[in-house]
Design a protein. Structure first.
Length: 106
């Protein structure tokens, strides 16, 4: 993963509203993370944009009146990591099962 920064100018909106900038990330992370965080009941808005196709930046916005945006982002990244780990484990288990039961056909 690339670097992470916080977009300036959000301070007046409180801790629940922030735009984070991911450097060297794109739609793959943006869409997966948005899908996870948007389902949290305490989130009022969650979305992302790629400011320009030639820039390797992802602007990720979270708005909540109940929790700090940085805490929701951290939780979302942890949940995404757990989902990826589960997917890899399930895939590897099924590949091993398939390889153990497959008969070579000549």
């Amino acid at each position: 993963m690339g670097a992470l920064a916080e977009l300036a100018g959000d301070e007046k909106n409180g801790d629940g509203s922030r735009t984070f900038v991911f450097i060297n990330e794109g739609h793959t992370l943006g869409n997966a993370l948005k899908t996870i965080i948007a389902r949290y009941p305490e989130v009022d808005f969650c979305g992302y944009t790629i400011p320009h196709p030639t820039e390797q930046k992802l602007h990720f916005r979270i708005q909540s009146h109940r929790e700090r945006a940085i805490d929701l982002l951290k939780r979302g990244l942890e949940d995404l990591e757990a989902l990826c780990d589960h997917t890899i484990e399930t895939f590897e288990k099924e590949i091993n099962t398939f390889n153990a039961t497959t008969v070579e056909i000549n």
